[in-house]
Design a protein around this ligand. Structure first.
Ligand SMILES: C[C@](O)(CO)[C@H](O)COP(=O)(O)OP(=O)(O)OC[C@H]1O[C@@H](n2ccc(N)nc2=O)[C@H](O)[C@@H]1O
Ligand SMILES: Nc1ncnc2c1ncn2[C@@H]1O[C@H](COP(=O)(O)OP(=O)(O)OP(=O)(O)O)[C@@H](O)[C@H]1O
Length: 289
């Protein structure tokens, strides 16, 4: 069989409400999750033994051994073996689910190589963000991450992603939360006519991890402020547990122009622009040429 190429889109939490805490310490969430056409790429070549090579602009910080999430997923397929190449464009520990996206991408590729759909429930224990990353479609994510309800009909959004190059520890941010019983999103989400209407509504919702993350890492405040100040930015917020923040724009041209301004003002930051929404089709495994 030929090898496969699988795109691993970045996960963006447009909202992230922390609504409770389970007895085991994990937090209950209510999050509107979308995906970007910015991400990592995994290649899978059938082989006699598992191996992993990590490259790409963000590859330097990533563990290349058995701890890497892609090899942890590989161990769920004991009857297969493949040589994996992971090309990282997403910064590590940055709130946009890089490791989770990679794990989900390898899962999609290995399910295709195996010719079967394995039980995705086992992925939750490898990372709470992995279940939502498996389809990589727009979704409402609840529970600790296991309850994924697909959402159709969101208006097209364009985005600038910015990371001030500080790595943030997710457990540390959850531990620092002042309140863990915040209100969820409404039971039924509104229907949005366009990007501006969606952003108006998002402005009434929250990322409940943002205040704690900003207190630990003031550069997150600067990042959101820099995004909000860009021409035609509709909304700026932090994703996940940070430090990556996103600015939403109505058109691809607005986002591209804003990203160019931010990249030249902040040459040390990781800055990308792209489309935001469902990335189901883009995330499907494709044969390698
Ligand atoms: C903050 C989010 O990025 C929002 O999408 C995710 O909930 C985090 O997902 P993740 O990085 O895949 O998280 P995991 O690797 O499973 O967990 C890392 C740590 O974050 C905390 N954690 C994570 C998810 C969750 N619902 N409650 C938690 O309290 C736990 O301390 C856990 O030990
Ligand atoms: N393939 C991978 N890519 C990135 N990090 C990985 C990978 N495999 C394991 N890790 C480890 O996972 C940790 C979290 O990194 P990751 O990039 O997934 O965090 P994140 O962007 O904060 O995710 P989330 O948004 O799900 O909280 C890192 O400290 C890293 O050592």
């Amino acid at each position: 069989m030929a090898g496969l190429r699988v795109f691993a889109p970045a996960k963006i939490n447009l909202t992230l409400h922390v609504t409770g805490q389970r007895a085991d310490g994990y937090h209950l969430l209510d999050s509107l999750v979308v995906f970007a056409d910015v991400g990592d790429v995994v290649q899978l070549h059938p082989a006699d033994a598992w191996s992993l090579r990590v490259d790409g602009p963000e590859g330097g910080e990533v563990p290349a051994g058995d701890d890497n999430l892609v090899l942890r997923v590989a161990r769920l397929f004991p009857d297969l073996a493949a040589a994996l190449t992971l090309t990282k464009d997403l910064p590590v520990a940055s709130g946009i689910g890089g490791g989770s996206a990679d794990a989900a991408a390898v899962w999609r590729g290995l399910c295709q190589m195996a010719g079967r759909d394995a039980d995705a429930a086992q992925l939750l224990q490898l990372g709470a963000d992995i279940p939502v990353c498996v389809p990589s479609g727009a979704a409402r994510m609840q529970g600790i991450g296991e309850a994924v309800t697909p959402l159709a009909g969101l208006p097209a959004l364009h985005v600038v992603l910015a990371n001030p190059r500080v790595a943030v520890s997710t457990p540390q941010i959850f531990r620092a939360l002042a309140r863990k019983d915040n209100a969820p999103m409404p039971d039924v989400l509104p229907v949005f006519a366009d990007a501006a209407a969606l952003c108006d509504w998002l402005g009434t919702q929250r990322n409940d991890l943002q205040a704690a993350a900003e207190a630990l890492e003031p550069q997150i405040t600067q990042t959101c402020q820099a995004l909000a100040a860009l021409p035609r930015c509709l909304l700026a917020r932090m994703s996940g547990s940070g430090a990556t923040c996103f600015g939403v724009f109505a058109t691809a041209q607005d986002a591209a122009e804003a990203a160019a301004i931010l990249s030249s003002a902040r040459p040390g930051w990781w800055v990308r622009d792209g489309a935001l929404g469902s990335m189901r089709a883009q995330a499907a495994p494709r044969p390698l040429n």
